[in-house]
Design a protein around this ligand. Sequence first.
Ligand code: NAP
Length: 239
Amino acid sequence: MNLHNKTAIITGAGKGIGKATAIALAKEGVNLGLISRSSADLESLQQALMSTCGVKVYIATADIANKDEVEQAIEALIQEMGSIDILLNNAGVAQFGTLVDMDSDQWERIIQTNLMGTYYVTRAVLPIMIAQSSGNIINIASTAGERGFATGSAYCASKFAVLGMTEALMQEVRKSNIRVTALTPSTVNTELAVNAGLSIGDEDRMMQAEDVAELVLATLKLPQRVFIRNAGIWTTNPQ
Ligand code: NAP
């Protein structure tokens, strides 16, 4: 699929995987709608991409955990962008602790952001894709959605749920020509990983946000008649 002049909404676009994918898509000529909670990161990315790539870039601040904020942000972006060809559900948070020790508010916040946020954004964007009879939805899950580990109860539960929701939605909308994909990266060298103490010693050997962006591009560029249902991306030699 040729991505030139397509439109994409990316959540969590201010940093990490979302930012790297915004840059990669802009280089392909994709016009963008970018969402995160803070505007400063989005504004500088908007300036950079509009001047270097010549694409249109719209921004909206929203906490994806808040349904009203999501609906307002998506409505504003759709007004400006007209149509939405691609949705990258990327925004997410990670915190770790034993089930007993972890504060229940923190636990709920992870589910509210990673699962409910992905649901709110998808629910706000999907009607336009169904009306168009076309679209691409890519959800950034995690290897934590495929196997549980100690201290990961909230994060793993959120990502297992994202994978389940993604597969169910895929079966609902593939007949409307909408491709729904889940990507499951292992540890990526971003602020999220560093803050969670997940980074491995040698940063150069770690998977980079740009590597995940390459996988997003490859997924989107497949012929429209096929789609990636689920794909993992791992660091080759982490030791
Ligand atoms: P990151 O570097 O921390 O960036 C996260 C981005 O999401 C930021 O722009 C942040 O901006 C935004 N964001 C966070 N919470 C938000 C909210 N409630 N509403 C709107 N925007 C929000 O994270 P990352 O590592 O790129 O992670 C992106 C996705 O990949 C997440 O879903 C994560 O679970 C997944 N993932 C990460 C790894 C990894 O090792 N890094 C591995 C597998 C999967 P604001 O703070 O301004 O909102």
